[in-house]
Design a protein around this ligand. Structure first.
Ligand SMILES: Nc1ncnc2c1ncn2[C@@H]1O[C@H](COP(=O)(O)OP(=O)(O)OP(=O)(O)O)[C@@H](O)[C@H]1O
Ligand SMILES: [Mg+2]
Length: 376
């Protein structure tokens, strides 16, 4: 999937394993000899620790050979990792495109900007892409792997930056705010005491703040649009790859199908889907009742009963997953589908990543063997 690619974006709905998968992909590609940087977003503490990105910095740092040494895997290339700091990335973006440092400082001190740059919705997505673009321009890495923010659904990542960008372009809002503009006319004089009252109570002078903000941005908005176009070009390039991460539950699978179609409609390069945390059928042909009897030989009977119940539940989940994965497979060709099983522990260190990595990078035959071993 990633042969000849320079950018890999891992999308998916909240909590499915985007951060884990991005890190495992980066590790695997570094092992194969590439110089890889993974831009993670809010990884679990221990994973951040394992990758050595818990320090401040907003720049990729090389994961030391010592940390990687625990892995029975020779890393021929280099693994670099960073944890995105959206606020700082936004500030850097403003510094880069402001005509002079004074203007950048004024913008950063503006209340509207401060709210905007820390807003959960949109700013993380926008800054993640901004960082990706900056790293791509720097030409320091063979491959960039981008983890995406925890959003409600995968499409949010594609839509949010556009929404924020059009706000920054602010054409509608600027027209609204002009002294003779629609807003003032529509609100009329009657609104002024109301806004004045609001200012007295809250200390927020929204109209002034907004006017000053857009005044400060001035013609920088053209740069925003221009950058947005360049970023779009980067994401559309055939050296980029979108990987969708999903679980095997019904809704995320529906979303995965929809996401694939949307990428294709938007002309974005869709590399494939990682179905994570798949439950494999551990019972096979064995009767659950038989299992209860077998367990009772080595466990106290109440515990044996509970373990057998747990197996039965697992069996139901496995059948559900199987059904959903088959539905997804009917929309994709096989080469675009990778399954990673539900592991018996969280993934929070290099060893955990390595376990996920094995499933992602195995050949078809190796994967079958891995699943057989798991079931055995
Ligand atoms: N195959 C797996 N087996 C068991 N646990 C897993 C597996 N993959 C991921 N996890 C665990 O699931 C949790 C969520 O994973 P992760 O943080 O990678 O998801 P995410 O999609 O990045 O979440 P968010 O949307 O919050 O950013 C973590 O605790 C991780 O260790
Ligand atoms: Mg995450």
């Amino acid at each position: 999937m990633l042969d000849g690619k320079r950018v890999c974006v891992c999308c998916g709905s909240g909590g499915v394993g985007k951060t884990t998968t991005s890190a495992a992909i980066a590790l695997g590609m570094a092992a194969r000899g590439a110089k890889v940087a993974v831009v993670t977003i809010d990884p679990a503490n221990r994973l951040a620790n394992a990758l050595g990105v818990e320090q401040l910095g907003n720049e990729p740092r090389r994961v030391s050979r010592d940390r990687l040494a625990t892995a029975p895997l020779e890393v021929k290339g280099e693994l670099w990792a960073m944890m995105l700091d959206p606020k700082r990335t936004f500030d850097e973006l403003i510094e880069r495109i402001a005509p002079d440092p004074g203007r950048a400082e004024q913008i950063k001190a503006n209340r509207v900007y401060q709210e905007l740059s820390t807003a959960v919705s949109g700013s993380q997505e926008l800054t993640a892409i901004a960082k990706l673009y900056e790293l791509d321009q720097s030409n320091r890495f063979d491959l960039l792997v981008l983890d995406t923010p925890p959003s409600r659904n995968a499409l949010e990542f594609l839509d949010a930056p556009g929404r924020l960008n059009s706000f920054l372009e602010g054409k509608a809002l600027k027209a609204f705010m002009r002294p003779t503009g629609f807003g003032v006319r529509a609100l009329g004089r009657g609104a002024l005491p109301l806004l004045g009252g609001l200012r007295r109570i809250t200390g927020i002078d929204l109209i002034t703040d907004l006017t000053v903000f857009f005044g400060l941005l001035g013609d920088m908005t053209n740069d925003f649009s221009q950058r947005a176009a360049q970023v779009e070009q980067l994401l559309r390039a055939d050296t980029s790859a979108f990987v969708l991460v999903t679980s095997a539950a019904r809704e995320p699978i529906d979303e995965a199908i929809w996401f694939g179609q949307r990428l294709e409609a938007d002309g974005l390069p869709f590399a494939g889907v990682v179905v994570n945390r798949v439950h494999h059928d551990l019972l096979g042909d064995r009767e659950p009742r038989e299992l209860g009897a077998a367990l009772a030989k080595s466990l106290p009977s109440s515990l044996a009963g509970r373990v057998a119940d747990n197996f039965r539940d697992y069996h139901v989940l496995a059948r559900r997953d199987d059904h959903n994965v088959a539905r997804l497979a009917s929309h994709l060709d096989d080469t675009r589908l990778l399954l990673v099983p539900q592991l018996d522990d969280d993934v929070h260190d290099i060893e955990g990543l390595l376990r996920v990595h094995r499933y992602l990078f195995a050949s078809q035959a190796e994967r079958e063997q891995l699943i057989d071993d798991l079931v055995a």
